[in-house]
Write a protein of this length. Sequence first.
Length: 118
Amino acid sequence: VRSGTGHTAARYAVIAYLDGELLPHAAAEETALYPAGDIGITAMLVRAMRDEHRNLVGRVEELRGTVDALDAATRASAILALFESHLSKENDLLIPALVANPDVSLADLLSGMHELVG
């Protein structure tokens, strides 16, 4: 953006990654992982994380509609910030809670998720 060179190819590459990797991973989490955490002490966390997924989808759609390089870079940065925050919740809060739950087999949940993502 600072150099003034074209940004279209970079924007398409980011969108392709989001569409091909991030969003399918988020959908798989909701199917394979989140139901186990949608009860008890982690239920509100899981609901908030589902809301973040919807927010990510909306932000990707906004990025898809950009034509200006600065707007695209700003929207991509917002997606990154939201994703980093979401990932922290998952790794630091949800996963440890699921591991600590004797009624949950994280290995089974994750193997199911890998099948969903491919």
